[in-house]
Unconditional design. Structure first.
Ligand code: 5GP
Length: 179
């Protein structure tokens, strides 16, 4: 079992990088099929989704654009539940099909906010792609269209996800070892 230390905490490898990359191949293939012949906008949610967004987007063979917005709702290892910041939105997305790219869907607060903003911007339709999903923590009804992995309700890092800013560069997903 691979383990790593980030700041004051120990983490154990949960999903190896090769498995993640293979799963992203499948997700992109499905998106390429579902959107064949369409012009589509991908919307990555910063910071966590930058890596997954890049890996997914480079496998997409559609006429596609990508843009990023930033929404921070997390501090340390506990979700504060309140969304604090929103920056970005420089693309003209009115009337476009949009695929939101999330690193992880936990309670779904962030997602609900983004979907609300997209509806105000009168996009054609909205689908959600997330690398990780915690079904036990999810409190919303928004359907998740492309899910990489369902995971337990534990704190994870790696593949873009951080612990206090660190660990985003880990090529695998690691879970917190509880002491
Ligand atoms: P939600 O709004 O769904 O509760 O949380 C979404 C955001 O919280 C994610 O985009 C991510 O930034 C952060 N988050 C939720 N769970 C985790 C986790 O286990 N690890 C890390 N590093 N961030 C998480």
């Amino acid at each position: 079992m691979k383990e790593t230390t980030i700041l004051d905490k120990r983490f154990r490898e949960m999903i190896p990088g090769e498995i993640i990359n293979r799963r992203i191949d499948d997700m992109a293939e499905q998106i390429n099929r579902d959107y064949a012949g369409k012009d589509v906008v991908f919307l990555g949610i910063l910071n966590g989704a930058f890596l997954f967004a890049a890996e997914l987007f480079k496998r997409v063979n559609l006429k596609a654009r990508i843009s990023f917005v930033k929404l921070a709702s997390y501090e340390g290892t506990k979700s504060s539940g309140s969304v604090k910041e929103l920056i970005g939105w420089n693309e003209d997305i009115k009337g476009m099909p949009v695929i939101v790219i999330e690193d992880i869907v936990d309670t779904g607060h962030t997602l609900e906010l983004i979907v609300g903003e997209l509806k105000v911007r009168k996009v054609a339709n909205i689908k959600i792609a997330t690398l990780l999903y915690k079904p036990k923590a999810y409190t919303k009804k928004i359907p998740l269209d492309y899910v990489g992995f369902e995971i337990p309700n534990d704190f994870v890092v790696g593949f873009g996800l951080d612990y206090d800013g660190y660990g985003r560069n880990l090529p695998s997903v690691y879970t917190l070892i509880k002491q």
